[in-house]
Design a protein. Sequence first.
Length: 214
Amino acid sequence: MGRVLPYRLLTALILCFCGFSAAKAQDVVLPDEDPSGPPIFRHGIYCKGKAIWEGEEEWVYEIAEVLVFKELKFESVRQAKKYYKIARNIKIVYPIAVEIQHEVERQMAHLDSLPDKESRDAYTKEMEKKLKKDYTPRLKKLTFSQGKLLIKLIDRQLGRTSYQLIKQYMGGFKAGFYNTFASIFGASLKKQYDPEVDDRLTERCIMLIESGQM
């Protein structure tokens, strides 16, 4: 179990809503059963209605896309365990990141519709209080590594880092303030998601989650 999220980093994450073994090296093949648990999203089968097939009327069903990747092989048991840990963390954090995406998009659309700075400031303060109340209990349960993953996934879902969100809607001072505290604990609100290199295994897991295969 990793370290729990420090309070300051926890607060920064909440603000993102509102703008915010010594084994010999060997190939380790993933087992048939996924150790990270049952799927978050079920694989979709959709009824498309009836169609004529070989002269008879039959029901037609469409099965959602099935993703096929090359078999994962690792150089050590330790490397394989690292992947399993990533998979478990993603299954915990990814639904939160999706929720953040929807919440931010909804709140920002409302915020941008307000007529003046005074009303936007008032709404931001009200929203900040509500989000702290609603999300603090959930984010407190995240480990430190899960919190850092959430920062990256916010960038994936919204196309903007946590730092950029806070800066845009709450100003550069608060963005710098919370990023400084995050850096003390080895995190950065400026961290970007890199699906091609650094986060390629994370992206693989997310694609499998979205297709209902993990």
